[in-house]
Design a protein around this ligand. Structure first.
Ligand code: BV8
Length: 259
């Protein structure tokens, strides 16, 4: 059901008012209105000639650790300059209004937590965490050095971003929590994701199979679109505040006071 993105379907408003368990899967699109480029849109500047899917791999890191480390440093700087947007804040409000909201994100930018979301499952890790390439354990401090990437203070191996690269497995615990949320949710939102990356892209289908109402929020169609219950075609930063206002009226101000 393709809807006018500015008008939230009455049926969805009613279901949200009585919902007790909601799951939300977000992708890079929810950070687009914060000025953070989405994962697959053309990269800019010196990174324009690289395909993110080729850089976000252990092979790329082994081949050219300095290049991959500097790509992540560039992305960290982009995110540091960004702020959560009205879409992030609307999800914080939804978390306050509904008994159980599981927020599952593919994003590594940390913007949901910066907006104030409490229950965040970071399926693909976090841009601002670092781990040892050899020992695969987080490293918080390392001696200043001219080496790029820096070295692990415990074993001397290279340090790497603590993100899940293509070809690497997701943390079993995070995936288990996400799958459980998809199976038990009454309403499952898929927001700002091209629904191409697995196993995250399986989650909305898991929710559908369990009988959930599935809502997609995206200006563009995705492989998930034909299957969803409600398809809201527009930017998350506009639709989510509108949805929160229509469902919980007195939560007004999200779309105004925080833009
Ligand atoms: C794994 C971290 C086991 C790094 C990322 C089946 C099962 C299992 C695996 C596979 C499988 N089939 C294929 C695979 C392999 C692979 C995969 O899925 N490949 C794809 C490309 C086919 N999966 C894996 O490798 C995963 N590992 O399963 O382990 C295994 C082990 C060995 C061999 C096989 C399997 C690991 C996947 C994790 C990869 N790491 N990120 C980093 O960020 O640098 S994924 C990366 O893509 C980001 O996390 C990103 O979030 C994610 C998904 O992309 P999107 O978020 O959707 O972003 P995208 O740019 O694509 O789309 C943005 C959307 O927003 C668009 O639709 C746009 O229209 C919309 N939008 C734009 N503006 C707005 C908006 N929406 C709303 N509002 C707006 N304003």
């Amino acid at each position: 059901m393709v809807m006018n993105p500015l008008l939230i379907p009455t049926d969805l408003v009613t279901r949200l008012r009585t919902a007790r368990r909601v799951a939300v899967l977000t992708g890079a699109g929810i950070s687009a209105e914060s000025g953070v480029p989405t994962f697959r849109e053309a990269q800019t500047g010196l990174w324009a000639r690289y395909n993110p899917e080729e850089l976000a791999t252990p092979e790329a890191f082994r081949r050219n650790p300095r290049l991959v480390w500097e790509w992540y440093a560039w992305r960290q700087e982009r995110v540091r300059q960004a702020e959560p947007n009205a879409g992030h804040y609307a999800l914080v409000e939804m978390e306050r209004r509904i008994a159980e909201v599981a927020l599952i994100t593919q994003n590594v930018d940390g913007l949901h937590r910066r907006a104030g979301s409490q229950q965040v499952v970071e399926l693909h890790g976090n841009l601002f965490r670092v781990k040892c390439f050899a020992e695969d354990r987080p490293v918080e401090n390392w001696p200043e050095s001219a080496n790029i990437p820096p070295r692990c203070p415990h074993c001397g191996s290279l340090l790497r971003p603590d993100v899940v690269w293509f070809g690497e497995s997701l943390a079993a615990s995070a995936l288990r929590v996400a799958e459980q949320a998809a199976v038990t949710a009454e309403i499952f939102f898929s927001i700002g994701t091209s629904a191409l990356v697995y196993p995250a892209a399986n989650l909305p289908f898991t929710a559908l199979a369990a009988g959930a109402t599935v809502v997609e929020i995206n200006p563009q169609p995705t492989p998930l679109s034909p299957q969803v219950t409600f398809s809201l075609n527009g930017p998350a930063g506009v639709i989510l505040p509108r949805l929160v206002e229509q469902v919980w009226g007195d939560a007004v101000g999200i779309s105004e006071c925080r833009l």
